[in-house]
Design a protein around this ligand. Sequence first.
Ligand SMILES: Nc1ncnc2c1ncn2[C@@H]1O[C@H](COP(=O)(O)OP(=O)(O)O)[C@@H](O)[C@H]1O
Ligand SMILES: [Mg+2]
Length: 475
Amino acid sequence: MDRHGGWFPQLFHTLRIRLIFSVALVHVVLMGLFTWEAVHRQSQELRQEMVNQGRSLASLMVVASTNALLAEDLASLAEVTRRVGEREDVSYGEIVDVRGYVMASTRDGRVGRSVGPVIKVSEQFPLVKTDRVLDLRQAVLIGDKPVGFVVLGLSTENLESALAATRNRGIQYTLLALVIGSVAAWLLSITVTRNLHALTLAAKRIGDGDLGARVEVRSQDEAGTLAHAFNSMAASLQRNAREIEQEHQKRTEAERLACVGEMAASIAHEIRNPLAALLNSVKLLGDQKLVKDDHAIVTRIVDTESKRLQRILDDFLTFSRLPAAQLQNGDLKQLVEETVELVRQDPRYSGRITFDCRYEPDNQCLFDPDLMRQVLLNLLLNAMQAMQGEGKLIVRLKRNGDRVNLSIVDNGGGIPEHIMSQISKPFFSGRKNGTGLGLSVVQRILAQHTSVLSITSREGSGTEACFDLDRENHG
Ligand SMILES: Nc1ncnc2c1ncn2[C@@H]1O[C@H](COP(=O)(O)OP(=O)(O)O)[C@@H](O)[C@H]1O
Ligand SMILES: [Mg+2]
């Protein structure tokens, strides 16, 4: 069902149907008026003509019957009515004396009857519509004195059929005009709507992103002008889109180069210190005079510095080759416990840090275990690093509707307000030894879990990092 409540109103909203309907209406109204006028005029003329004919026939009867009336010569009067009755268009003819007695009639059984005071007015021609007869009466006068009346009825059948013929012809012409008008309107609408249809299709294609869509300019009329305007609009759109695309490409290329440059600088910066330490150590190891204790120290340096190099490389590799997440249902609590334990065991950070971990039961949710371990590790390490070996780490895992929420709170140094907007950018680090990739890796992984990382922090009092995961697959 359409919003207008049926197929007809919807059909009527098409330009084609409206055009056809309007033209048809104009034709029907005009032809109807014309026919009515013609029938009316013809009817007036024919009636007048009939009345004239009737009058002259009645006058003839008056002349023919005057003497016979005076002489009360019934035979002659009968002859008059017989002759009159022979005419095809005469329905009846009667001669009545002054007292109202019928002296002669074309109708049987009327002679001798009194028709009473009916015939009082001499000149009256009422048209009796119901019996299709034009009734005429005329007085027979001697001087001013009436001696009788003639009554004449003329059949209006011919008149009626002539009028009916005119009316029928009018209806036929109206129908013909209706058909011709509708066809003409239809042809006109085809030309108009064909142009509109082509424009609609082209506009749709442009809407779908095909900016190369154009319409054929078929005429020099308004439709042609519109098509022309449409084409220039599409061309200008295409030009603009191309420029924007080129601009975008240039910018992304510049951004990419800047990113590569930043990455290279960051790698160089990160690698320089451990590399220098390694080179020095190698040199010292080659020195014969090195005592045994110093030898052990240098070997330890070689070990830590190569591990540091390893970590830097690992971070970069994780960042640049993040795999697509394989979501599966699992117990997040187990993974959180494992990762917290891993950090707690790490002598570099744990120091005098107390752990407060509370996990609500039923923590089944959707995640990629490997990637989620990376997320937890990055967030936990950031918290540990912020506390610098002393403080309290709170980890909370709880259900929140159809999602599971994880929050990691530390009471470390917090994040200064002015760097808050930058901490998630790749290569931004607020720490001396940071690669600045931890949080951007977290964000990218969470995005694959249709989740976002939220960080709230107050400088000097601590930081909370939290996110939540879907319990069921909604996609
Ligand atoms: N829990 C936190 N407490 C204080 N600062 C933090 C915390 N987490 C992140 N930051 C700040 O955000 C920066 C970016 O973090 P990250 O992307 O993990 O890179 P990195 O740890 O290598 O510096 C950190 O250098 C630090 O300044
Ligand atoms: Mg980090």
